[in-house]
Design a protein. Structure first.
Length: 395
């Protein structure tokens, strides 16, 4: 999540969904608008790490629903099998009335509960802490875990359904994502975000990740010009539900309703429900927040889109605003509260230069003056790239 007024990108998972449990916000979806599509040719960004057609990683991705058993104690249980060529999976639980859902446990074939209090995923994975309408567990969300072959079992609170998106095939040697952009409102058109998409693609390319960006789809219905950052809002849900199930869906929305905390962007999940059509299948990027008049800040908007896409694919903030909470990865730079030079209780990029402020997933953006001086947030660590490489939706 990115806050326009303080240039913050606080994970949407934090602040909304964890009202009762902690601090986290999340979401998902599918379908193309009947209003048609416009502009920008597919943008394919490549890097030196990209493989040729002859040695390219081969994998497949499939979504299925898991039959559950009522335990009689308020819990449901279920199991699924990861085959010997399993690469990764996203296990999601859904509740159509948007009540709280979560997983009580998720045990690997060796009997280890990866959501236990001794796990780094404890109260970090949305599936262990609980969210409203949708919660999930991604494996691997750190290299500490793998999609071990064999039977996995889980216990779950009340829900409408549990689905798994499973990636199988040969071990990944490259990373490619297909991205589907959408734009709403009448102030800007698909051509206005073309440069942003190129910059975003280049951010990932310099980190060894290829993005294939499809033609931008224009959604012209007036109700989608300004939508809430809450993915349980009916209008937001209807918009995000138009997202494709085989792409990362980026919704460039004109604005938010008045009265909401101003944000740059927000992700429909950490991660989102990859490959599953629902109200959380994408991210929101608010255009007005990135504009001076009608001129968009291309670099900042690209960094926001890259950041929210990172959340949707499973990356946390490297450092949270208070400088006492960090992500679960071992190699991302941390900026401790001791660097809070102005004693405002927050660690800002200017205070964290050399301590992770240049990372795509740092909690907030550089100030306008730092941006003007050329400061960017465009780096990813080896562990962050590992999570992306093994993503169920990667190719």
């Amino acid at each position: 999540m990115r806050d326009e007024r303080s240039m913050m990108r606080t994970i949407i998972v934090y602040l909304f969904y964890f009202c009762c449990f902690s601090i986290f916000l999340i979401s998902c979806a599918k379908n193309e608008s009947s209003s048609g599509s416009s502009s920008s040719s597919d943008i394919t960004s490549t890097s030196d790490n990209t493989t040729t057609a002859s040695d390219k990683t081969t994998s497949s991705f499939a979504v299925s629903e898991i039959t559950q058993t009522n335990q009689g104690d308020g819990y449901l249980s279920g199991s699924f099998v990861v085959p010997s060529d399993g690469i990764s999976f996203m296990l999601g639980t859904f509740m159509d009335n948007n009540s709280a859902v979560s997983f009580y446990s998720l045990s690997d074939p060796d009997g280890t509960n990866i959501l236990s209090s001794s796990s780094v995923l404890y109260n970090k994975a949305s599936g262990s802490g609980g969210d409203y309408g949708f919660a999930n567990v991604l494996v691997p969300q750190t290299s500490s875990f793998s999609a071990k072959a064999g039977t996995w079992t889980f216990k779950n609170y009340n829900n409408d359904r549990v689905k798994i998106g499973l990636r199988t095939g040969s071990a990944p040697t490259s990373t490619t994502f297909t991205v589907q952009p959408y734009i709403t409102g009448t102030t800007w058109s698909a051509s206005d975000i073309s440069a942003t998409l190129t910059v975003m693609s280049n951010i990932y390319s310099t980190n060894g990740i290829t993005l294939t960006i499809k033609d931008t789809i224009t959604i012209s219905e007036s109700q989608y010009a300004a939508v809430s950052y809450s993915f349980t809002n009916s209008t937001t849900s209807a918009l995000i539900s138009q997202g494709s199930t085989d792409t990362v869906n980026l919704f460039f929305v004109e604005d938010q309703p008045s009265g909401e905390t101003a944000l740059y962007g927000v992700s429909g999940g950490l991660p989102g429900p990859m490959g599953i059509a629902s109200s959380w299948n994408g991210v929101l990027n608010f255009l007005t927040a990135h504009a001076t008049g009608t001129t968009l800040n291309t670099q900042l908007l690209a960094e926001t889109a890259a950041h929210e896409m990172g959340h949707w694919l499973g990356l946390f903030h490297t450092t949270e605003s208070g400088g006492i909470s960090f992500d679960i990865l071992s190699d991302t730079a941390e900026c401790p509260i001791s660097r809070d030079n102005d004693s405002n209780g927050k660690v800002l990029p200017e205070e964290c230069d050399g301590y992770g402020a240049d990372n795509v997933m740092f909690w907030t953006a550089w100030s306008p003056s730092s941006q003007a001086a050329g400061k960017k947030q465009d780096t990813l660590s080896t562990e962050q790239k590992y999570v992306l490489k093994y993503s169920p939706l990667a190719k």
